[in-house]
Design a protein around this ligand. Structure first.
Ligand code: PLP
Length: 437
C-alpha cells in the first residue's frame, strides 16, 4: 500500500530535484522507437508493489525516453513551461478527483472555471461578459467552435488561411465539412481581400500567431467580412494569445472583440501544464444549443442545468483544470505573466540579431513574438541534416517549417528557465555542427 505522506514526500523530492537538474539532461529523448516498451514487462504485476518501485523505474526505465519539455534548451514547436504552483495544483486536483459532469457534482470546480476564465479574459483584454470554459486542447476548442458555427448557420464550409493549424482541417474533415483555404500575403497573413464569397461559410478561422511563423491574420477586416456574410468568426490564438497580457502586443488582438469565439492555450505560454485550452465565446447559447443533450439520469432543476459546463462542449466528465490555472494566476499575477512573456520575446530578439549578423545564415520570416525562423544558406537538405544533427546532440531541440516553399529552422523560446546562456549555447551548437556538415 502507498503511504501518501512518505511516498508523497519522495515524489515531491523527485519533482524538485528533476527541475533542478533537467538542464543537464539531453533535451530530445535519445532512444529508438520501441526501446522503452521493450524494457517494460508484458503484464501488470499480480500483487501490488510499493510506490518506491514506480519512482525507481521512472528513473531507471522511463526517464531515458522522456523528451524534456521543461528543459531550458527546449526550443521546438512552441516551447512551454509548467510552473511550480500549477504542478502542485495538479496534485491537489487529482486528490479531489472532482468530476464535473453537472454543476452539483462539482460546484467549486464549475464556478472557479468561470472565475479564472473571466480573470484571464480581463488580463488578455478580451471583452467583459463572454462565456469561457476549458477544453483539453486547441484542437477540441476549435472543433467545438466549428460545431457551434455549423449548428448556428446551417452551412457546410470552413474557411481559413493556408497557414492555419492542421486542427482546423481536421475539424472540417471529422465533421464532413468542406475546407477552403485562403491565400496569404508575403508575410504569411491571411489575405482578407482574397476571402471570396463567404455566403456558404459556417465558420472562418483567423489565426493570431500561426504555427509556422507566428504571423497575425488581419482579424478586424476578416471580422467585417464575416459580419456581412453571417459567418461565425473563430480566432485561433492558441500560442500568441498569452502574449496579450502585455499591452505592447495587444495590436495583434485588434478586432478580436468582434469574434464569435477565441481559443488560447494556457498550456502553451501561460505557465500551465498540459492540458488547459481556454475557449471563450460571446454566443454561449449557440454553444449550448449545439452541445446540450441531457439524458434523464442527469436531469436537475433548470437553474442548475445552465451552469453545467458539459452543456457547452463535447465532454461530459470534466477535470478540475481550473485549479492549476487559478494557482498560476494567483502565484504569478499579471506582473509575473508579463515578465515571462517579455523575457521570451527579448531572448528571441537576441537570437534573431545573432543570426542576422552572421554570414552564411539568413532570417526567413518576420519575428513577431518569440519564434525565430532562419536557415543556413544552401539547400533544404543541408538544413534538414543540420536539424537532425543538432537534435541528436541532445544539446538543444528545435523544429522546422516550410515557408514560401523552403525548409526553415524554427527556434521557439517559451520555457521560463531559458537564459541568455542557454540561447548562446544553442547558437554555438548550431554553428559548430553546421561547420562539420
Ligand atoms: C495556432 C495553433 N492552433 C492550434 C494548435 C493545436 O493545439 P493543441 O495541441 O492544443 O490541439 C496549435 C499547436 O501548436 C497551434 O500552433
Amino acid at each position: 500500500m502507498t503511504d501518501l505522506r512518505a511516498d508523497g514526500a519522495a515524489a515531491l523530492e523527485w519533482a524538485a530535484a528533476y527541475l533542478e537538474r533537467v538542464g543537464e539532461l539531453p533535451v530530445l529523448a535519445q532512444v529508438a522507437p520501441g526501446e522503452i516498451r521493450a524494457r517494460l514487462p508484458d503484464s501488470a504485476p499480480e500483487e501490488g508493489e510499493p510506490f518506491a518501485a514506480v519512482l525507481r523505474d521512472l528513473d531507471e526505465v522511463l526517464l531515458a525516453g522522456v523528451t524534456h519539455w521543461q528543459h531550458p534548451r527546449y526550443f521546438a514547436y512552441f516551447a512551454t513551461s509548467a510552473s511550480e504552483p500549477a504542478i502542485l495544483a495538479e496534485l491537489l486536483a487529482a486528490t479531489l478527483n472532482s468530476v464535473s459532469i453537472l454543476w452539483r457534482t462539482a460546484p467549486a470546480a464549475t464556478e472557479l472555471e468561470g472565475v479564472v476564465l473571466d480573470w484571464t479574459a480581463q488580463l488578455l483584454g478580451l471583452p467583459r461578459g463572454w462565456h469561457g470554459h476549458i477544453e483539453d486542447s486547441a484542437s477540441t476548442s476549435t472543433l467545438a467552435a466549428v460545431i457551434a458555427a455549423r449548428e448556428a448557420t446551417g452551412r457546410d464550409q470552413v474557411v481559413c488561411s493556408e497557414q492555419a493549424h492542421s486542427s482546423v482541417h481536421k475539424a472540417a474533415r471529422m465533421l464532413g465539412l468542406r475546407l477552403r483555404q485562403v491565400p496569404c500575403d508575403d508575410e504569411l497573413r491571411m489575405r482578407a481581400d482574397a476571402l471570396g464569397d463567404l455566403s456558404q461559410a459556417a465558420a472562418v478561422v483567423a489565426t493570431v500567431g500561426t504555427t509556422a511563423s507566428t504571423a497575425v491574420d488581419p482579424v478586424e477586416q476578416i471580422a467585417a467580412a464575416c459580419r456581412r456574410a453571417g459567418a461565425w468568426l473563430h480566432v485561433d490564438a492558441a500560442y500568441a494569445g498569452s502574449a496579450m497580457v502585455c499591452p505592447e502586443f495587444r495590436w495583434a488582438f485588434a478586432g478580436v472583440e468582434h469574434a464569435d469565439s477565441v481559443v488560447v492555450n494556457a498550456h502553451k505560454w501561460m505557465l500551465t501544464p498540459m492540458d488547459c485550452s481556454l475557449l471563450w465565446s460571446r454566443r454561449p447559447e449557440d454553444l449550448r444549443a449545439a452541445f446540450s443533450l441531457i439524458p434523464e439520469y442527469l436531469r436537475t432543476p433548470d437553474a442548475e442545468d445552465a451552469l453545467s459546463l458539459s452543456e457547452y462542449g463535447p465532454a461530459l466528465g470534466r477535470r478540475f483544470r481550473a485549479l492549476k490555472l487559478w494557482a498560476v494566476l494567483r502565484c504569478h499575477g499579471r506582473a509575473g505573466l508579463q515578465a515571462q512573456i517579455r523575457q521570451a520575446v527579448r531572448l528571441a530578439a537576441t537570437f534573431q540579431a545573432w543570426v542576422d549578423g552572421e554570414p552564411g545564415w539568413e532570417l526567413c520570416a518576420q519575428r513577431t513574438f518569440s519564434v525565430v525562423c532562419f536557415r543556413l544558406e544552401g539547400s533544404d537538405e543541408r538544413n534538414r541534416e543540420l536539424l537532425e544533427a543538432v537534435n541528436r546532440s541532445g544539446e538543444i531541440f528545435i523544429s522546422h517549417a516550410v515557408l514560401h516553399g523552403r525548409y526553415v529552422l524554427r527556434l521557439a523560446v517559451g520555457n521560463w528557465r531559458t537564459s541568455e546562456a542557454d540561447l548562446a549555447r544553442a547558437w554555438e551548437t548550431l554553428r559548430r555542427i553546421s561547420s562539420r556538415l
